[in-house]
Design a protein around this ligand. Sequence first.
Ligand SMILES: NC(=O)C1=CN([C@@H]2O[C@H](COP(=O)(O)OP(=O)(O)OC[C@H]3O[C@@H](n4cnc5c(N)ncnc54)[C@H](O)[C@@H]3O)[C@@H](O)[C@H]2O)C=CC1
Ligand SMILES: O=C(O)[C@H](O)CS(=O)(=O)O
Length: 495
Amino acid sequence: MSEATSANSILSSLLSDPTLVASGSYIDGQWQTSESRFKVTNPLNGDVLIEVSESTNGEDISLIESAIAAAKKAQPDWAKKSSYERYDLMMKWHDLMLEHKDDLATLMTLEQGKPLKESKGEIEYGASYVKWFAEEGKRVYGDTIPSLASHQQIKIIKQPVGVVAAITPWNFPNSMLARKIAPAIAAGNTVVGRPTELTPLSALALAVLAERAGIPKGVINIVVGSDSKAIGKVLTEHPDVDKFSFTGSTKVGQILMKQCASTIKKVSLELGGNAPFIVFADADIDAAVDGAIKAKFRNAGQTCVCVNRFLIEESVHDEFVDKFVEKARQLKVAGGLEEGTDIGPMIHNEAANNIRDMVRTAEKAGAKRVFGELVETNLQAPIVLTNVSNDMEIAQNEIFGPVAAIQSFSSEQQAIDLANDTEYGLAAYFYSLNINRVERVAAGLKYGMVGINEGLISNAAAPFGGVKQSGFGREGSKYGLDDYMNMKYLCYNHG
Ligand SMILES: NC(=O)C1=CN([C@@H]2O[C@H](COP(=O)(O)OP(=O)(O)OC[C@H]3O[C@@H](n4cnc5c(N)ncnc54)[C@H](O)[C@@H]3O)[C@@H](O)[C@H]2O)C=CC1
Ligand SMILES: O=C(O)[C@H](O)CS(=O)(=O)O
């Protein structure tokens, strides 16, 4: 059993199983506590939910190093297990995640703010990656290749890379970590995960359940702490870490990628986005509006695949704006635990202030606010801006909040050019019922993922990832394991 400290009164009163709340790092099957602690707060009201032990005070990195050592020690035996044995343990973990879905969702809403229905959806989403890769681990196939030389035979085998380190953001505190740990351990690797200090409880609860599932000690290690730079430096530069996977902003991804260069680690980066949402005149406008609401306001707009720029063909612009505003007006903005909430608080006041600054700057540059009021709390309701142009800051930077920035266009090529006019290339969306146009636009968009007449594209069966400054590597799908394996070429001389 974990040494989860008894959750404080707020948490224990809201959870049916308060022992899901851990308040220290999970290393080599042991729960580590320390003198220095950091506070986890509720974004809705700033209440302190719990204090969590730091895994480092900035100077003493011994706990981080012991997590890497534990992963290194456990990896050979974990890799020796058959994929069927790993499948059984991963599915026990998966089943426990779903069994405790309500508690895990409540914990997530308390520390991250998203509406409870979205938190429940995220637990299912995170669990789906565990199930997907438990199964994919049984399909790691090699190759035999005809050789040019008659005395040779060529074989290809795939092997786990070894120790994986992962750093994850606050906006999806369960699924971003699950979608790294799952492929890593399915492939026979071991993991040291580090969630952001803003939302560590969801990640630690995953460790509590992994322990209960019987996943051997050292296979999954979670280190927590507020000094992200110090922890990141160890995880990116330590010679015993073979693979580094990061989800977060492009700015931080660049720093971490540079740090990984010192030991030439295998790296995967899921970074920022600037998603265009193109609506052509030949689209089903009502379907486009429904898709737009989902793709814009999920997680209060705080996802890397949320719409950042709406590009609407001139002839349907006003119809789209009127219908979009009508739907946005109906969204309930309140605390995430409240019944019927559609939009919860943003992660912190700094993020909300940043949004307000972006809106004011856009208005100064000529954008027109056709719906919504700016508030002084982080419970920011939807804002809809029209008359936006692609050179505005709000069109070039990632909004990461509940603000819809709408531009119009007059031709298909102009729409594609506007959509591609960004340094990012993660997700894009467009609505059209003209099949030839669909093929042309899908081919012309420079993005890793494209939703076609669809606003929700994330699922474990698909390769999630971007191009350009949105990163590289793919998470999910049959391709997702490759990032966690090395390919080995065997050349047999059989005479
Ligand atoms: N492509 C994707 O799948 C995703 C991208 N993002 C992007 O991340 C941003 C929002 O998330 P944030 O958590 O604010 O991003 P962030 O990049 O500030 O933080 C991400 C993680 O990195 C850690 N971190 C920050 N600076 C670090 C450093 N110098 N060394 C080591 N670790 C460090 C943070 O503590 C956190 O755990 C947005 O740009 C969003 O688009 C977020 C989630 C998913
Ligand atoms: O962090 C994110 O924004 C997620 O990758 C988006 S999704 O996978 O939940 O759609």
